[in-house]
Design a protein around this ligand. Structure first.
Ligand code: MN
Length: 240
């Protein structure tokens, strides 16, 4: 496969980190944000996501978007160095430290994507419906042998941990890479809740709290508002 089109979606190439994001979309068709390029307000040499300081309201952004496309999943995005690093999590996050959730990296997204809620045209990349399932800020808690690492360093190493300050999710989570993607297979990570006061094996936020934190709507209501139906949803069997 000489000249493979594999782009290494999560690897920085030293170029515009959003070129892959833009290449995949036709902004004359989709309402998704085109993105303004890099961070509008870098807060230091490492960027906003590079800080190891505790995040308050000023911390880097995180968002988790419920996305019903060809396959239903949850997109976890963390602001790092002016873009949203992104993973598709088929089962969504768990608050049970015993539950590891597959997280497949996708292309970097622009910061303003964190507010996107609506429909993507059927047949287009990511075609379907999306809502903002949770959002807030996070603090980078990544360390190796007691030494703090930036998010960028941790991502390159294949391990990051971070404390979420969301409306549904709080406390520490980790992302651990278990497949590098270097041998032609799909790069893959595992998202897992760390043991802390916010850990709760009995809670199931994905099913118990399905609504958008922006608008209070559930995914079917977002789709209906845009005159769409969701293919493959249990209550719409046979329909198209
Ligand atoms: Mn998605």
């Amino acid at each position: 496969m000489a000249g493979s089109a594999r782009s290494g979606a999560t690897r920085g190439g030293g170029q515009d980190p959003l070129s892959e994001y833009r290449r995949r979309r036709d902004f004359a068709r989709t309402a998704e944000p085109e993105g303004r390029g890099g961070s509008a307000e870098p807060a230091g040499p490492e960027g906003r996501g590079g800080s190891a300081e505790p995040a308050g309201p000023e911390g880097p952004l995180f968002v988790i978007q419920h996305h019903v496309a060809r396959r239903e999943h949850y997109d976890l995005r963390l602001e790092v160095d002016g873009v949203l690093k992104s993973w598709a999590v088929p089962k969504g996050p768990s608050t049970d430290p015993g539950e590891k959730r597959l997280a497949v990296p996708t292309e970097d997204h622009p910061i303003d994507y964190a507010e996107f809620e609506g429909s993507i045209p059927a047949g287009d990349y990511g075609g379907g419906t999306m809502l903002v399932w949770d959002t807030g800020t996070y603090a980078n808690t990544t360390a190796k042998k007691g030494r703090r690492m930036t998010m960028a360093e941790g991502l390159a190493h294949g391990h990051v941990s971070f404390e979420l300050h969301g409306q549904k999710l709080t406390g520490r989570f980790a992302l651990n890479r278990f497949r590098s993607g270097e041998n032609g297979e799909e790069e893959a990570w595992l998202l897992v809740k760390q043991r802390d006061a916010a850990a709760d094996p009995r809670r199931d936020p994905v099913s118990a709290e399905p609504q958008s934190v922006r608008t209070g709507r559930v995914i079917d209501e977002v789709a209906e508002a845009e005159g769409r139906t969701l293919k493959g949803r249990p209550r719409e069997e046979g329909g198209r």
